[in-house]
Design a protein. Structure first.
Lengths: 501, 92
């Protein structure tokens, strides 16, 4: 394994590096894409959902035009809608195609960084073909500078491929949780197929066949395909490496493994039956083994089907139906403005990427440490710097520092999927929950840490660090790592350290 | 002879396009079946189309007022387990 450098090293994969470690780098995302063909790399490197640095600059939105669904998943409940909810499949306001087009253009004119429009539900977009395709058709014509994406469970996909290929579709996401009907029966209680509700293994088998057929047809048409899987411990966790192999061999460019979200209050089968989600460590292990040399989706926030804005933020409230009704949008003028802003963003991103690559190169030339890897948590609101107070952090970004450099691993929520009650659930305080969410980390870098959390963090074996406020994340993580190494803290193998980290 | 949609309906639109008699329409606060048009799929399909795609247990009743999809039949969650979970949540 070696430290990759922007544009002048061959792909890590070609060097036979093992598993997820091959993605390690200071220059994060660019290098992970080196192994992709140019045509795909061009499409994904500025896409907020794929590129970890692009998501700080570009925004995406979803329009909820597709209410109907043709299957039932055990992690979904069609009844639920709460303002504090941010799960996928949840929306507050259903739109007609006409309203969706208006909303998209209003958002694009107001937030020029918005470059990607997705239809993801709240049901299955392809189970609502008329509403979904009318929205795509009109946006392809009226707002050609917006990339279009669609997510589907795959059941109706083979019939939709022809129509999808006619629009400005950037890529299709298929949720594939299994390729084994026996496992499928534990995830999908029923499907609606050929005018019948089909339950159990029989239904799961049809769904799996349709998903695989749809995947093959999209690839044959030259449409990019991403596969999402929900990791359900004890159900499909052991099986997802196989899914990964199958979908990649058929041409999916990315396999994104997401954690199951299951709480009794969601009223889902898994929530009510007490099925647990994976721990951050279990998720990371599986993501490492499935991502190969690409971990582009580690920053995925599993957003709602009507989310608006940068990943992890939601500005949907600014664009409710009555508000967009009052807006008068001159899209031609907006498009001109958008173009200028996109160019400026592109230049800034390029220069930051170059800067990172230069630093990575410098790091490579320094004498190499032989110390073990360390996970660190970082509190940031974006722009690539440490700029959030520990107590204000809604989430932490997790980085791994090792002699190879620094790599982004994942994000962890400080207040797991709940913006309401500060002591909900089993009576743990938010602070205790936050510290539990940081399990496995040995340091937390933030702009400031209060006295009480400081003591609790130390007691939990996580070193609080407020000395790198406003510094670039990778630089600060590397500096702390070097301090730890110099202090002799990394000499012994720590039991708590993850085997493959 | 007609089925009916009651207030458990979540307005997901799934049933509307599958009705062979165009008897279902969007309405407030929830979708409705026109009893004059509903044929209970007689002559078209051996099973109720609306109730075969509806994801909500108890939302569609047959002509005797009985839920076509009773509690637990679609989600697989045993009704007593659901009641237990809801009671637990309300006690908080």
């Amino acid at each position: 394994m070696q430290l990759p450098v922007l544009n002048n090293t061959p792909s890590q994969a070609e060097h036979g590096a093992k598993g997820g470690c091959s993605a390690s780098s200071c220059g994060t995302t660019d290098n992970q894409m080196d192994s992709l063909p140019d045509s795909i790399r061009e499409k994904v490197q500025n896409h907020p959902c794929y590129s970890e640095d692009a998501h700080h600059y570009f925004a995406r939105m979803h329009v909820a035009v597709a209410p109907a669904c043709n299957i039932q998943c055990h992690y979904c409940n069609r009844k639920y809608d709460c303002a504090n909810e941010s799960r996928p499949g949840v929306v507050s306001e259903l739109l007609t195609p006409d309203q969706a087009v208006k909303k998209t253009m209003a958002v694009a004119a107001t937030i020029p960084q918005m470059t990607v429009l997705g239809i993801a539900g709240p049901g299955d977009p392809l189970a609502n073909p008329e509403r979904t395709f009318e929205t795509f058709r009109r946006l392809s014509q009226e707002a050609p500078d917006i990339k279009l994406c669609v997510s589907t469970n795959g059941l109706a996909l083979p019939d939709a491929v022809e129509e999808l290929s006619k629009h400005n579709i950037d890529h299709v996401t298929i949720t594939i949780n299994t390729v084994d009907p026996e496992i499928g029966a534990k995830i999908y209680p029923w499907i609606f197929w050929n005018n019948k509700r089909i339950k159990g293994v029989k239904g799961a088998k049809i769904l799996i066949e349709q998903q695989q057929k749809g995947l093959e047809m999209l690839i044959a048409k030259g449409i990019l395909v991403k596969v999402n899987s929900v990791m359900i411990p004890g159900v499909n966790d052991q099986h997802l490496a196989e899914v990964s192999k199958v979908v990649k061999s058929k041409g999916a460019f990315l396999h994104n493994v997401m954690p199951l979200i299951a709480e009794a209050e969601h009223g889902t089968f898994y929530g009510v039956m007490g099925q647990r989600g994976p721990t951050p460590e279990e998720l990371q292990d599986l993501q490492d083994s499935c991502s190969g040399d690409m971990n582009m989706m580690r920053h995925c926030r599993q957003c709602r089907a009507d989310a608006v804005g940068l990943l992890g933020e939601d500005r949907g409230d600014e664009f409710t139906l009555d508000k967009i009704e009052e807006m008068d949008i001159d899209y031609q003028a907006a498009m001109e403005k958008r173009k200028v802003i996109h160019q400026a963003i592109q230049e800034e991103m390029d220069s930051k990427r170059l800067e990172k690559a230069v630093k990575a190169q410098q790091h490579q030339q320094e004498p190499k440490l032989t110390t073990r890897p360390v996970l660190m948590a970082v509190a940031t609101s974006g722009q690539g710097v440490i700029n959030v107070h520990f107590g204000h952090a809604k989430e932490f970004l997790i980085y791994e520092a090792s002699p190879e450099g620094v790599r982004f691993i994942s994000h962890r929520k400080a207040d797991q999927y709940c913006g309401g009650d500060t002591s909900c659930g089993d009576g743990e305080s938010v602070l205790q929950l936050t510290i539990r969410a940081l399990a496995g980390c040995e340091a937390v870098l933030c702009s400031k840490v209060g006295y009480e959390p400081w003591e609790m963090l130390e007691a939990a074996g996580i070193a609080p660090n407020g000395e790198h406020a406003m510094e670039p994340i990778e630089d600060a993580v590397l500096a702390v790592y070097k301090e730890m190494a110099a202090a002799g803290k990394l000499d012994e193998k720590n039991e708590a350290v993850r085997a493959n980290a | 002879m007609a089925v009916s949609i009651i207030d458990l309906c979540v307005n997901c639109f799934a049933c509307e396009p599958v009705c062979p008699s165009h008897a279902i329409s969007e309405a407030k606060p929830h979708f409705l079946v026109d009893p004059k048009k509903c044929t209970e799929c007689e002559g078209d399909f051996p099973v109720f189309q609306c109730a075969s795609i509806c994801p909500i247990e108890g939302a569609i009743l047959d002509s005797f007022g009985v839920a076509i999809n009773p509690p637990g039949s679609l989600t697989g969650i045993p009704p007593e387990k659901m009641a237990e979970a809801m009671a637990e949540l309300q006690s908080h």
